[in-house]
Design a protein around this ligand. Structure first.
Ligand SMILES: CC(=O)N[C@H]1[C@@H](OP(=O)(O)OP(=O)(O)OC[C@H]2O[C@@H](n3ccc(=O)[nH]c3=O)[C@H](O)[C@@H]2O)O[C@H](CO)[C@@H](O)[C@@H]1O[C@H](C)C(=O)N[C@@H](C)C(=O)N[C@H](CCC(=O)O)C(=O)O
Ligand SMILES: Nc1ncnc2c1ncn2[C@@H]1O[C@H](COP(=O)(O)OP(=O)(O)OP(=O)(O)O)[C@@H](O)[C@H]1O
Ligand SMILES: N[C@H](CCC[C@H](N)C(=O)O)C(=O)O
Ligand SMILES: [Mg+2]
Length: 484
């Protein structure tokens, strides 16, 4: 790519130097190498403009900067952009050049990771080389790696997409987080379809109101999807209607799924302990399927995933058949084992109110004894959700154990206290390992334990340190001990 190729991405800049070869693109001055274009972004902590001199000294040949940036001291060309983050994403897409031919993205407060994993599995079942990208990392044929963000930084994202395409991956499903959408991380991805799962309380430390949180998510439909493209929308959520309106307003082909769905309609569902039987109507035909996963919410996720797959060329019979082989994403209502008396122990990633509500409701029908829940809330994140989650746990579980979940820079006891004010009668055990052990020790026949909040995570962050910690490992060790 030449510098001149940036011309239609930025709003203004010098026409000179157009033939210079671009060696790379980054928004982090520390990653600049000779020949790179540096995007100076205004961030939540600092302003990239203050690192321009540093970027130039490392060899940057041009800078993408906000429209009002001061170029007076600059020794390399400056390209101005009304939205530098968007310019960075489009430039990255062009620089890396390739992406899997069929890309879809899913947004929503809960279910994104599960839907992305399910779409990958449906495509794979249909014989397509497929990948998924999100909170639990990248999964593709011969590849499974952890990533740090739900929606990667655009430069990393396009490097990855080009790598996947070069490796023969033709289909990829990715998660679109509200941060990612707000920060234009997905601009430049060629989307064939997009989906919405639901909206609940999340990230109220980042978005000022729930409406602004919803509109950040709506960028997926209103700005990133091509007109006329398919939008798969879960129909049974309080925010479904507003989402349908936004997608229709953007000229998309809205396809609803769920009990109120028109594209895929859930006619009947029967929950069993580890699976559920569902009747799903597609084009007037009822498909009876056995979904090998527990939880009402997994039916919702499976239908959204099937909607995405069917909107990207998979025939309905193949998609429905694939649902019978789905594996849950790691750490999503994940059965770790059972006590000798048969009480199941689940690890789940519910770290926000609606998720906790859904997961506790999901285990109730097959619990003849008590539902026990172990959970905490992360430090340096939305404080408002703490009492809400305390109330939900108290209402839906019989025994509530409040513990620590990544306290980060906060005082762990203070976080627990903020949950406990709405959870009278809850047991407080800060040490997560001990909390899990005590919970398993108290399980009797017919009881169910849900260890919520960390799911696939393998670390506990206290202060600036992250030590290895896995709910799966702890639960397995405690189960082994209890059976001795
Ligand atoms: C709050 C937030 O979302 N921050 C993201 C944002 O950083 P920022 O632009 O605000 O960064 P900043 O620190 O203010 O710096 C401004 C600019 O100066 C640059 N800089 C800084 C220092 C320096 O020496 N040189 C330099 O050039 C930085 O690279 C940056 O471009 O853009 C960065 C690049 O894309 C992200 O890595 C970073 O994610 C941080 C690490 C993060 O923790 N994000 C979380 C909250 C997040 O995005 N989560 C979502 C949702 C998860 C969920 O589903 O629940 C996700 O998609 O993962
Ligand atoms: N459709 C759904 N409705 C409500 N809750 C759900 C749904 N799907 C999953 N959950 C709950 O949310 C948790 C996280 O699910 P998942 O990882 O699929 O969502 P996500 O949107 O990717 O979340 P995150 O933004 O935290 O990455 C699950 O462990 C479960 O407790
Ligand atoms: N991406 C989410 C993950 C939260 C997981 C939970 N274990 C916590 O640490 O709060 C966040 O950063 O808000
Ligand atoms: Mg996720």
């Amino acid at each position: 790519m030449k510098l001149g190729d940036l011309a239609d991405i930025v709003s203004s800049g010098p026409a000179l130097h157009g033939e210079a070869i671009v060696a790379g693109i980054t928004s982090d001055s520390r990653a600049v190498q000779p020949g790179f274009v540096f995007a100076a972004l205004r961030g939540s902590k600092t302003d990239g403009m203050s690192f321009v001199a540093n970027a130039v000294s490392r060899g940057a040949i041009a800078v993408i900067a906000p429209a009002d940036a001061d170029a007076s001291t600059l020794t390399v060309p400056m390209f101005r952009a009304a939205e530098p983050r968007r310019a960075l994403a489009l430039a990255a897409a062009r620089f890396y050049g390739r992406q899997p031919e069929t890309m879809v993205a899913v947004t929503g407060t809960s279910g994104k990771t599960s839907v992305a994993a399910f779409v990958r599995q449906i495509w794979t079942h249909a014989g397509k080389p497929a990948a998924s990208i999100g909170t639990t990392g990248v999964v593709a044929p011969g590849r499974a790696e952890y990533g740090s963000l739900t929606t990667p930084d655009p430069v990393e994202l396009h490097r990855l997409l080009a790598e996947l395409a070069a490796a023969g991956v033709t289909h990829a499903a990715m998660e679109a987080s509200s941060h990612g959408l707000d920060q234009h991380r997905l601009d430049g991805v060629h989307l064939a379809a997009a989906a919405f799962t639901n909206l609940g309380r999340d990230h109220m430390d980042y978005h000022p109101t729930v409406e602004s949180y919803h509109s950040a998510k709506m960028r997926l439909f209103t700005e990133l999807m091509p007109r006329g493209g398919p939008a798969i929308i879960f129909a049974d959520d309080p925010w479904s209607e507003a989402t349908i309106a936004a997608a229709r307003g953007a000229g998309l082909d809205v396809r609803t799924v769920g009990r109120k769905g028109g594209f895929l309609c859930l006619k009947r569902v029967e929950h069993e302990r580890r699976r559920q039987r569902a009747e799903i109507e597609v084009d007037g035909v009822i498909h009876e399927i056995v979904l090998p996963l527990a939880g009402d919410f997994q039916i919702a996720n499976a239908m959204v995933a099937a909607g995405l797959a069917m909107s990207t060329g998979i025939i309905s019979a193949t998609a429905m058949e694939a649902l019978e082989h789905l594996q849950g994403a790691p750490g999503r209502l994940d059965l770790v084992g059972s006590t000798e008396a048969g009480a199941p122990v689940y690890v789940d990633y519910a770290h926000k109110p609606e998720a906790l509500e859904h997961v506790l409701a999901a285990v109730r029908p097959f619990t003849t004894g008590r539902v026990v829940v172990v959970f905490g809330c992360g430090g340096d994140r939305d404080k408002g959700k703490r009492p809400i989650m305390g109330e939900i746990a108290t209402r839906l579980a019989d025994i509530v154990i409040i513990t620590d979940d990544n306290p980060r820079s906060e005082l762990p006891a203070a976080i627990r206290e903020q949950i406990l004010v709405a959870a009278p009668g809850a047991i407080e055990i800060g040490d997560r390992r001990r909390a899990i052990r005590e919970a398993i020790a108290m399980l009797g026949a017919g009881d169910t334990l849900v260890i919520a909040g960390k799911g696939h995570e393998v670390g506990q962050t206290v202060g600036l340190d992250t030590h290895h910690f896995s709910d799966h490992e702890e639960a397995r060790a405690a189960l082994a001990e209890s059976s001795r």
